[in-house]
Design a protein around this ligand. Structure first.
Ligand SMILES: [Zn+2]
Length: 88
């Protein structure tokens, strides 16, 4: 999927991300990424997965459509159990 250029450098990237429920998009800043002269900057599959999981499982910064990767990763996990109880 990516070229085999070994001259890949670490960088950060700002990305728009659709929330897991598909209702909205957020702008995530300073995501650790890689940059290649041929492919441009891109996120690893692991990073894509981590962000998807975090958006699903963590309490997002309230009322913010834009936050940094660090803010996302330091956000508390949702209390899934409490959430389910209040829905029933
Ligand atoms: Zn490349």
């Amino acid at each position: 999927m990516w070229c085999d250029n070994t001259e890949v450098k670490e960088t950060t990237k700002d990305c728009y991300w659709i929330l897991p429920d598909g209702t909205d998009a957020v702008h995530i800043l300073e995501i650790p990424a890689f940059t290649c002269v041929n492919c441009g900057s891109y996120l690893s599959d692991e990073m894509n997965h981590d962000i998807d999981m975090s958006l699903y499982a963590r309490e997002l910064p309230k009322g913010k459509k834009e936050f940094t990767y660090k803010e996302l990763m330091s956000a508390q996990y949702k209390n899934i159990f409490a959430l389910k109880q209040s829905e029933s």
